[in-house]
Design a protein around this ligand. Structure first.
Ligand SMILES: Cc1cc2nc3c(=O)[nH]c(=O)nc-3n(C[C@H](O)[C@H](O)[C@H](O)COP(=O)(O)O)c2cc1C
Length: 369
C-alpha cells in the first residue's frame, strides 16, 4: 500500500517549486489548494487508498499532531489528517463569532530558511461552522483538540463569555477530548503574545482558566499554549496561576515576534515567525518550563511545537519532557513525508535512518553561525 503514498509524497516534492512560485505573493493560496485537495480526496473516498502507509501501523511513543492554524475551521477532514499520519488532530483557533482577520496577503514564506511569518489576525468561520463540519465529517476514531480563544473584537467579560460559548457548543462532541487555550497569539489580544508578570494579565489568565475549567466536561482535558518569547519570570507567573486550575498540559509554543536577520531577512516588521525561525526559542522556553516545573515538583504534559522538522529535534524536545509534538510549518517545507519520517524515527531510531537529519541540522547550524 506504500507505493501510492510514496508517489503522493514524491509528487509534493516535484510540485512544490511550482506551487511556491505561483503562490509567492500570497502563500495562503497554497494552503487553500491543500484544503480543497483534502476535501476532494475525502469526498471521493480515496483517503485510505492514497495516504495510508506502513508507518501508520507503528505506535509512536510520542503523540504526533498537526499544530493549530493548519486546520483552523475544521475544513480538513480529520480522517485525511489521520491517514496522513497524525495521531491527533488540532482544530482552531476557534472563536465564537466569525472573524475576517487582516487583509491578505498576511503571511510571507522564507524558502531558504524553511520559515514563515504570519500576521493573519485570527481569521475564522466561527464555532457554528466548525461544529457543522465536525458533524459532517463524523469520525469517531480520531481524537480532536480544539484550540480556542475569544473573537478578537471582544474584550473583558465579553471575551470570557465568547470563550465560554465556544466550549459550550463543542464540548459535547464525543471525539473532542481536549481543549487548548491559545493565550499566545502574537497578532491579536496582546501586543507580542508574551505574557508578563503584570497583575492585570495574571487576572485575565486566571479568569480565562476559571471559565474553561467550569465548562469542560470531567472527561475533557485542558492544555494552555504558550509563547516562545516568555522569560523565566513569565513562566513562573503562568505556573503560579496554573496551580489554582485543572490544567493537564502546555503546548510550547506559538510563533515568535523575534525575527532574526538570518532566518527572516527583510522582516515584514509584524507577525509571528515559525519553522526554523522559532526552533531555538521554543526549545529554550520548553527547557526553562520543564526545569521550573520539576523544581516546583509539578507534572504537566508537554506538547512541543515549533520548527520540529527532524528526529533529532523531536528527540531534543522529548529530552525536555515532551510526550507529544505538533507540526505545521515544517510540513509545508518538507512535505507530507515528514509525518511518516518522524513516526518511523521515534519508534526506532537507528543511525543510518537519522543520517539525513544530521545533514539537515549541520546545514542549518552552519547557516546560523
Ligand atoms: C499560517 C499560520 C497560522 C497559525 N494559526 C494559529 C492559530 O490559529 N492558533 C494557534 O494557536 N497557533 C497558530 N499558529 C502557530 C502554530 O500552531 C505553531 O505554534 C507555530 O507555527 C510553530 O510551529 P511550526 O514551526 O511547526 O509551524 C499558526 C501558524 C502559522 C504558520
Amino acid at each position: 500500500m506504500d507505493q501510492i503514498r510514496n508517489l503522493f509524497d514524491r509528487s509534493y516534492d516535484l510540485f512544490k517549486p511550482l506551487l511556491f512560485y505561483l503562490t509567492k505573493r500570497d502563500p495562503e493560496t497554497a494552503h487553500n489548494i491543500f484544503v480543497k485537495f483534502a476535501q476532494a480526496l475525502h469526498e471521493l473516498r480515496l483517503e485510505k487508498f492514497v495516504l495510508d502507509n506502513e508507518e501508520n501501523e507503528l505506535e509512536s511513543p510520542i503523540e504526533i499532531s498537526n499544530a493549530a492554524g493548519l486546520n483552523k475551521n475544521g475544513e480538513i477532514p480529520p480522517s485525511f489528517l489521520a491517514y496522513l499520519g497524525f495521531d491527533r488532530v488540532v482544530i482552531g483557533t476557534v472563536t465564537y463569532e466569525p472573524w475576517k482577520g487582516n487583509e491578505r496577503p498576511r503571511c510571507k514564506r522564507y524558502e531558504s530558511t524553511a520559515s514563515l511569518v504570519n500576521w493573519l489576525g485570527l481569521p475564522g468561520h466561527g464555532v457554528k461552522k466548525v461544529a457543522e463540519r465536525i458533524i459532517e465529517y463524523r469520525d469517531p476514531k480520531t481524537p480532536i483538540t480544539i484550540n480556542v480563544m475569544a473573537t478578537p473584537s471582544k474584550k473583558g467579560d465579553d471575551a470570557l463569555e465568547d470563550i465560554k460559548y465556544t466550549i459550550e457548543i463543542l464540548r459535547h462532541f464525543q471525539n473532542i477530548d481536549r481543549f487548548e487555550l491559545n493565550i499566545s497569539c502574537p497578532n491579536t489580544h496582546s501586543s507580542n503574545g508574551a505574557i508578563d508578570a503584570r497583575s492585570e494579565y495574571q487576572k485575565n489568565l486566571d479568569d480565562m482558566l476559571r471559565i474553561t475549567d467550569a465548562y469542560l466536561l470531567e472527561s475533557q482535558e485542558l492544555d494552555v499554549k504558550l509563547s516562545p518569547d516568555l522569560d523565566e519570570r513569565g513562566i513562573k507567573t503562568i505556573l503560579e496561576v496554573a496551580s489554582d486550575h485543572r490544567i493537564h498540559g502546555f503546548t510550547i509554543g506559538n510563533t515568535t515576534t523575534n525575527h532574526d536577520e538570518y532566518h527572516i531577512p527583510k522582516s515584514p516588521g509584524k507577525g509571528g515567525a515559525s519553522g526554523n525561525a522559532v526552533y531555538a526559542a521554543s526549545l529554550k522556553v520548553q527547557q526553562m518550563f520543564y526545569e521550573e516545573m520539576r523544581r516546583q515538583g509539578r507534572s504537566y504534559r508537554i506538547n512541543a511545537c515549533g520548527g520540529i522538522n527532524s528526529i533529532i529535534r523531536a528527540k531534543q524536545r522529548v529530552d525536555y519532557g515532551a510526550t507529544g509534538i505538533q507540526v505545521y510549518t515544517p510540513l509545508i517545507f518538507t512535505g507530507p513525508k515528514l509525518v511518516r519520517y518522524l513516526r518511523r524515527g521515534l519508534v526506532n531510531v537507528k543511525f543510518n535512518e537519522i543520517k539525513e537529519d544530521i545533514e539537515r541540522l549541520v546545514i542549518d547550524n552552519a547557516r546560523v553561525q
